[in-house]
Design a binder for this molecule. Sequence first.
Ligand SMILES: [Zn+2]
Length: 255
Amino acid sequence: MRYIDTHAHYNDKVYKDNLDEILAIIKDANVDKIINVGYSIEGSRECIELAKKYDYIFSTIGIHPESIEEDVDKLEELYNINKGEKIVAVGEIGLDYAYVKDNKEKQINLFKKQIKLAEKLKLPIIIHSRDAALDTYNIIKENVNIGTKLLFHCFAPTDDLVRLVLERKYFVAFGGNITYPRNISFKKYIEMIPIEQMVMETDSPYLSPIPFRGKINNSSNLNIICKKLAEYKNINEEELSKILYNNSIKLFDLK
Ligand SMILES: [Zn+2]
C-alpha cells in the first residue's frame, strides 16, 4: 500500500528540531507524497520552501480566516515569484466561526477573494470550514464556478454540504477525526459519498487519530484512517488505498 497525505503542516515549529527524522518515519510508512498546506502569507512561503527542498512535498498558498488581516494581492505576488514550484492549490481558505464569530463579513470577503484567485490561477481550492457549514455552503454555491476543483479539508459532513459534494462532484478529505467516538455520525454520510470523491489527510501536527489522540501527529498515521474508511465503505483496505491514491493525483494533478 502507498498513501498520499493531502493536508499537513510540516513547517510547524513542533517539527523544527527533528523534521528529517519524522520525514524518514513517514517514508517508511509508505507515504510517498505530501501536500503541505499554507494558512498565511508567511506560512505559504514556508510551504513553498519546503517543497523546493523535498521532491515528494507539494505546497499550497492560502490565507486561513485566523490571518484575516492579510492581503490576497500579496499571496498572488508570492505565487508569481514562485511559478513552477509545485504549488498545487489555493488553501486552506474558508470560514471559522469557532475561532471568531464577530468578523463574519471580513471572513466571507477574504474567502471570496481567494476563490477568485484560485480560479484565475486555475488551481483547486482547499476549504477549511468550522462551525460555519451554512455560510460555507452558500458562498461556494454562489461564487465557485462549475468545473472548479474543490476539496473539503477535515470534512465535517452536514446534509447541505454532502448534497453539494454530490451535485458538484467535489472531493472530501477525512482525517484522524473519523476515529473519534463523537464522530460516529459521519458514518452515514461516508456511506453516501462515492469513494472516487474521497482522499485522506492527517492535518499534522493536529488531529492525531485514536490511539494517538493528543500527541503530535504525522503522516505515518494515514494507515489508521484508511482502515477506518475501509470499514465504513465495506471495502478491502488495499483496494481503497489505491483508489484514494489515484484520486489525490487526479485532484492536484501531481507529477
Ligand atoms: Zn490544516
